[in-house]
Write a protein that binds this ligand. Structure first.
Ligand code: NAD
Length: 365
C-alpha cells in the first residue's frame, strides 16, 4: 500500500524521514494527530530488519499515543519516533544530537522522550539541540523515573475496577497476582500491600521476586502458574499479549488491570471474550497513562504532586469507560477507544468554532 493510502487509513498527519550519514542516524517520526496539542511520544531505537518494519512500528505506536493522551485528558496529540540501529552498539552523542536537530526542525509539532532502546542520558544529548524533549533527569529539572506515577495510576485504576466489578472500595483482603516485578510492578506491589491486598508474584529474575516477597509479603508463583491462580485481580506488568486464546480459558480473576502495553493479543477478539467470561478488563493505555501524565507535566514546569494528583483522575476515566461498556454492551477496550475519539472530535469542533472569531477580531484590532 502506498504511503498516502496508509496515512489516510490510519489517520496520520505527517511522516518525516531523517537521514544523517555523518552520525549514522536513520529514523522516522510519525505524527498521528495534533488536534489536542503537539504530538508527544517516545523515541524507540531498534534494530529493525527492514525500513518497512520500522515504518509499520512507528505508525502503530504513534496512533496509540493519540488515544493515550486523549483518554488521559491531556492537551497533547500522538506521535512517535524510531531510530533504526542497535541500541547496544550504535549509540553516540552525535547520533542523538543529530536526532535532536531534526526534532527541532519540526518546530514543536513533535515532542520526544525516552522509550525502548533509549535512555534519559540519550535525551540529555537530544536536549542540547532542542527543547522539544521530555523525560529528562531530575538534576536537569526533569521528571525523572515515571514508574512511581505509572504504578500509582494502575493502583487507582485497579480500585475503580474492583468498585465496578465487586462493589469494593479497597483492596483489603483481595488476592492480586502481579506478573513482572520491574520498575512499575515493584511500586505497584507496595501500593497494594499498603492497602491490605494479598500478593502472588512472579518474574524471570529471582532477586526481583525475593525483594517483593521480603518487603511486601508476596507469595512467589511460577511464570506460567500465574494464569491458573484463583485470584480477584490479575495485574500484567511485564509483557504484552498475555491475554490470549490460551490464557483466557485459564484465568479465574474478576479483574484484569496492569501496566503492560498491548495486553490483549487481538483487541477485537479478546476484549469481547474477556467480557463474555465475566472478567472486567481495564484498558491498558487508559490505566497505564501515569507515565505519560508524568512526562507531560515537565512541559509546564515539573511538579510531582500535580503529576500524582492528575494520575488520580485515572479512577474517574476508567469508571466512565466501564459505564459506557455496560450501557452499550461493548468491550471495555472498544469503549475506551470511543471515549478517546469523542474527546478529540469535541475539542476539534470547539477549536474550529472559535478560530474565525479570533482571526476576525485580530484583523479588526
Ligand atoms: P521493567 O523492564 O522495569 O519490568 C518488567 C519486568 O518484567 C522485569 O522485571 C522482567 O524481568 C519481568 N519479566 C519479563 N518477562 C517476564 C515474564 N515472562 N514473566 C514475568 N515477568 C517477566 O518495565 P517497567 O518499566 O516496569 O514496565 C512494565 C510494563 O509496563 C511494560 O510493558 C511497559 O511497557 C509498561 N509501561 C511502563 C511504564 C513506565 O512508566 N515504566 C508506563 C507505561 C507502560
Amino acid at each position: 500500500m502506498d504511503i498516502f493510502k496508509r496515512m489516510t487509513k490510519m489517520g496520520h498527519e505527517q511522516i518525516a524521514y531523517f537521514c544523517d550519514p555523518h552520525s549514522g542516524l536513520r529514523g522516522i517520526v510519525a505524527i498521528h494527530n495534533t488536534i489536542l496539542g503537539p504530538a508527544l511520544g517516545g523515541c524507540r531505537m531498534w534494530n529493525y530488519a527492514t525500513e518497512e518494519e520500522a515504518l509499520v512500528d512507528v505508525l502503530r505506536l504513534s496512533k496509540g499515543m493519540t488515544y493515550k493522551a486523549a483518554i488521559a485528558g491531556l492537551n497533547l496529540g500522538g506521535g512517535k519516533a524510531v531510530i533504526i540501529g542497535d541500541s547496544k552498539k550504535e549509540k553516540s552523542e552525535d547520533l542523538f544530537r543529530s536526532f535532536g536537530r531534526f526534532v527541532e526542525g519540526l518546530g514543536g509539532r513533535y515532542i520526544t522522550a525516552e522509550d525502548v532502546g533509549t535512555s534519559m542520558k540519550d535525551m540529555e544529548h537530544v536536549r542540547m539541540e532542542t527543547n522539544y524533549v521530555t523525560g529528562i533527569t531530575k538534576t536537569l529539572g526533569g521528571s525523572g523515573d515515571p514508574s512511581p506515577v505509572t504504578a500509582y495510576g494502575v493502583y487507582v485504576g485497579m480500585k475503580a475496577a474492583i468498585k465496578q466489578k465487586l462493589g469494593r472500595d479497597s483492596l483489603d483482603g483481595l488476592k492480586v497476582s502481579v506478573q513482572g516485578l520491574g520498575h512499575v510492578g515493584t511500586y505497584l506491589s507496595e501500593f497494594l500491600y499498603k492497602d491490605g491486598a494479598e500478593l502472588f508474584v512472579t518474574d524471570i529474575h529471582e532477586d526481583a521476586i525475593e525483594n517483593v516477597v521480603k518487603k511486601y509479603g508476596g507469595k512467589k508463583v511460577g511464570l506460567d502458574e500465574i494464569y491458573d491462580l484463583d485470584v480477584d485481580v490479575y495485574a500484567p506488568c511485564a509483557l504484552g499479549a498475555t491475554v490470549n486464546d490460551d490464557t483466557i480459558s485459564r484465568l479465574k480473576c474478576s479483574v484484569i488491570a496492569g501496566a503492560a502495553n498491548n495486553v490483549l493479543k487481538d483487541p477485537d477478539v479478546h476484549g469481547l471474550e474477556v467480557m463474555k467470561k465475566g472478567m472486567l478488563y481495564a484498558p491498558d493505555y487508559a490505566i497505564n497513562a501515569g507515565g505519560l501524565i508524568n512526562v507531560s507535566n515537565e512541559l509546564g514546569g515539573y511538579n510531582r504532586e500535580r503529576a500524582f494528583s492528575q494520575a488520580e483522575g485515572i479512577y474517574d476515566t476508567l469508571m466512565e469507560i466501564f459505564k459506557r461498556s455496560e450501557k452499550d454492551g461493548i468491550a471495555t477496550n472498544k469503549a475506551s477507544d470511543l471515549q478517546a475519539e469523542d474527546r478529540i472530535k469535541q475539542i476539534g469542533e470547539l477549536k474550529s468554532f472559535y478560530l474565525p472569531y479570533k482571526k476576525s477580531f485580530k484583523i479588526r484590532g
